[in-house]
Design a binder for this molecule. Structure first.
Ligand SMILES: [Zn+2]
Length: 150
């Protein structure tokens, strides 16, 4: 790790801390040449395994743009979408696996989206779960109703 102040390639770690959520490591470093101090963050890469077998890096923006489509015309602001993206990433990381199957992402979206907006949830679920007709919608709506009462 180069020193950001003097570009010295040799810096030393003076403190290491694990973040509160346990998913990243923060290191405090010092440059022995100029005495400059700075911090670095180390986060495990979250990878997504596609159905094709390809593996790519998890992209929170892809989640948000997928959900945004389902939210068209609904009273949902960008902040809520961003928050949802964060919730999805956190729940995937909490599974503690290095390569998340892409289907898991859809699953991880459904729960926070249902709390955010039921119409957007139904739209998203209809695409993600391949609803084939009114019965599938009815079933999903019944589920929402049951949980509302509970
Ligand atoms: Zn330096």
């Amino acid at each position: 790790m180069h020193c950001p102040f003097c570009q010295n390639p040799d810096t030393k770690v003076i403190d290491t801390r694990i973040s509160d959520d346990g998913h990243s490591i923060r290191r405090r470093r010092e440059c022995p040449k100029c005495g400059g101090r700075f911090s670095t963050m180390e986060t495990a890469m979250l990878l997504v395994k596609k159905r094709s077998g390809n593996v790519e890096q998890f992209d929170r923006n892809k989640v948000i743009s997928g959900v945004r489509k389902a939210c068209q015309g609904r009273p949902i602001d960008e902040e809520s979408l961003k928050h949802l993206g964060q919730q999805v990433e956190e729940s995937l990381r909490a599974q503690g696996i290095a390569q998340v199957p892409s289907e898991e992402i859809g699953k991880a979206i459904l729960k926070p989206l249902r709390e955010l907006d039921e119409v957007a949830y139904l739209r998203f679920a209809s695409v993600y779960q391949n609803f084939e007709g009114l019965e599938d919608f009815q079933h999903a709506i019944d589920e929402l109703r049951v949980e509302d009462r509970a």
